[in-house]
Design a protein around this ligand. Sequence first.
Ligand code: PHE
Length: 324
Amino acid sequence: YRNEALAAIAAATDEQQLEEVRIQFLGKKKGRLKDLQSLVGKATPEERPVVGQKFNEAKENVSSALDTRKSELSSPKAALNAIDVTLPGEPCKLGHTHPLTQTIEEFKEIMGRLGFAVMEGPEIEDERHNFEALNIPLEHPARDPLDNFYLSVAEAATGGPILLRSQTSTVQIRVMEKTKPPIRIVSLGRVYRPDTIDPTHHCMFHQMEGLMIGEDVNMAHLKTTLRMFAKAYLGEGTEVRFRTSFFPFTEPSVEVDMLWDGNWMEIGGAGMVDPNVLTSVGYDPEEVSGFAFGLGIERFCMKRHNVTDIRRFTENDLRFLQQF
Ligand code: PHE
C-alpha cells in the first residue's frame, strides 16, 4: 500500500491529480486505508500494537508525502528547485561601440585638447547652408541634382528644396550665424553623396569639419593644427603635406595628404575661409579671418586598422565588428 501510494504521489503532475490520489489512498469512505484499518481490527491482541504502529506509520508517510508534493506543485519554487545554481552561468555577450564611433570619440578628444568645442548640425539641409552661404552659386556643378540626394519633399517653413548634406561645411555656416568670433569648433557627422560604391567610396560617410575664426588666424595655424591632429591620432612620425587646390568656400585652398607606409594618402580639404563666406554670415573680412578643414573619418580609421573596404563599416558583420 505504502509504496504504491508514494509512487502515485510522485507521479501526480498537478494539484487536481494529487487530490485524486489522496482520495484513492486516504479517503474516509472508500480509500484504501479503510481496508488496512479493518486488518488492524482483525489482529490478535498480541499482534495489535505492532500492526497498529505499522498502520500509523504508513498513514503518516503517505499524508506527509502528499503535503510535500502539494507544496511543490503549488509554488513556483518547484521549478526553481530544479535549477542547479552551482553550475557556471552562461556569460552575457556584451557589445561595444562601432569602430567609427570609437574613431569619432578619439577625434573629439584630440581636438578638445587643442581647444576645439564640438558642434552638431542637421543631416537634412537647405541650399543656403549646403551651398549658397558657402559661396557655391546656383550654376556650380557641385549643385547638380545628380550629384546630391535631394529630397522629394520641400522644406515645410520655406517651401525650398532640401537635401541630405553633402559635406559638414554646412555646420561652419550654422555656427557662424549664431556666434560671434572668436570661434574654434569641430563638427563630426555623416554626409551623403550618390557616388558609385566601391572599396573606398560609399554614398554615406563621415567627416570632421574644423573651423577657427579670430583676429589674426592664418595659414600657419591651419597647418600646425592639422599636423598636430594627425600626429596625435597616428603617431609622432606621421608626415602631412599640403597641395594647392580649390574650394569655393576657402581661399587659398589646399588638399591635405598624409604619408603612410611610403604612400601619400589624401585625408581631406582645407583652406582660409573665403571673405565671401565671412560676409554671408555677417562677419567683416577686414576684422576677422579664419581657417576651415574637412577630413574623411573613414580614411583615418581604415588606415589605423588596415581596413581595406569601406563597406565593412555598414555591413553589420559581427566577425568584422568584434575585432575592434
Ligand atoms: N567640404 C569639403 C569637402 O567635402 C572639405 C573642406 C572643408 C574643404 C573645409 C575646405 C574647407 O570635400
